[in-house]
Ligand binder design. Structure first.
Ligand code: G3I
Length: 347
């Protein structure tokens, strides 16, 4: 499996930034993986086929599944990027103040890198899965705890993470477009998000720094517009942000919107990459497959959409297993959705 990690890293704001986008295809071409037009053999795995399009195709991985042979075989064969589903979150890595525990995260990173896969970092600052001790801090202590947490995490994996979700889910749902009323917002005020990004840039200058959220897929939604306005403001003021992650958890109440590609392209037009970071789509059969196809095609149609991550491998290990939202069934058979994604990647 090709290691594409060096291809998507690069120092934001420098000339290397543009080269990163073009460079992924270039590097793959130079390594012989990207076949020239007309001679390309269709890839036979998601990661290989995505790489041929200058993208990555990743999966969220749970440390406690790494002993299961079907799980590991499928992971190793199909994906060229890995996200820790829970193991890099604040509650897992700093359960009490200053007491850092990296064992489970290390295991995932080491497995991924040992297989030549890239690693996405998820997530540095999030109001959820936040240990109780953080909630009780006053302003000064919260600021230093947040910055220390970012420094410890991003510092430990410096040079090994292609993209970090620096801040996760900081906006409210619904029509307000407001910042979520989290402990960070309450104690640190509006500046906390950019402070987190500035700290992360210092801690790992070569990682792409992403803002990641859900329900930001429909271009007409207030939350999407609010995130867009924040990213535009950051770019205008030189706050270091390189990418927007669209989680893209879809179901019947929240299907893939018709303007999804418009959303991806609109963010990209601000001068950031977009990544589909937690894709899963409730359903089954051809209907589910067509939704996956739509998402894949939208990403491929946007040159700065650099990769897709699905939020798990087999359906039964999904955070919403009852909705069978993934690409493999419980026996690790490829579902119609898998075939649609692969076909789309190979078009
Ligand atoms: O670690 C404990 C374990 O000690 C305990 O025995 C067990 C009993 O239930 O719970 C374990 O914690 C669970 C944790 O996953 C690790 O498995 C939590 O209960 C469970 O709530 C937690 O769920 C995770 C969820 O985030 C938490 O918010 C899901 O696995 C994970 O898929 C999900 O991922 C989030 C992204 O990070 C952000 N975007 C939305 C996405 C889906 O909710």
């Amino acid at each position: 499996m090709i290691n594409v990690s060096s291809a998507v890293r690069g120092r934001p704001g420098s000339g290397a930034r543009k080269a990163v986008v073009l460079g992924l295809a270039g590097l793959l071409a130079a390594s012989g993986v990207l076949a020239t037009a007309g001679t390309a053999a269709a890839g036979t795995t998601l990661g290989q086929s995505a790489a041929e399009k200058g993208r990555y195709f990743g999966a969220a991985v749970a440390n406690h599944r790494l002993g299961e042979s079907n799980y590991v075989t499928t992971l190793n064969r199909e994906f060229n990027s890995v996200t820790a589903e829970n193991e890099m979150k604040w509650d897992a890595t700093e359960p009490s103040r200053g007491n850092f525990q990296f064992g489970n995260a290390d295991r995932i990173v080491n497995h991924a890198r040992g297989q030549g896969k890239m690693v996405r970092g998820h997530t540095l600052v999030w109001h959820s899965q936040l240990p109780g001790w953080v909630q009780g801090l006053d302003t000064n202590n919260l600021r230093s705890a947040m910055n220390n947490h970012i420094n410890q995490l991003a510092g430990r994996y410096r040079g090994q993470i292609h993209s970090w979700d620096v801040v996760n889910e900081a906006f409210e749902d619904g029509g307000s477009g407001a910042r979520r009323n989290s402990v960070f917002q309450q104690r640190l005020g509006n500046g906390w998000i950019e402070e987190a990004f500035r700290t992360a840039r210092q801690a790992d200058p070569n990682a792409k720094l992403c803002y990641n959220d859900y329900n930001t897929d429909d271009w007409s939604h207030a939350k999407t517009q609010a995130v867009y306005n924040m990213v535009r403001d950051f770019k205008n003021r030189g706050v270091p942000i390189d990418c927007v992650g669209l989680q893209s958890h879809f179901n019947n109440q929240s299907p893939v919107p018709g303007n999804y590609q418009t959303t991806l392209q609109s963010f990209a037009n601000l001068g950031v990459d977009v990544q589909i970071t937690e894709l899963d789509i409730a359903g089954s059969g051809q209907q589910q497959a067509e939704s996956y196809r739509t998402v894949t095609r939208a990403c491929l149609n946007v040159s700065r959409c650099t990769g897709i991550t699905v939020w798990g491998i087999p359906d039964h290990y999904s955070w919403r297993a009852d909705q069978t939202p993934l690409l493999f069934d419980r026996n690790y058979n490829k579902k119609p959705a898998y075939n649609a994604v692969l076909e789309e990647l190979n078009r």
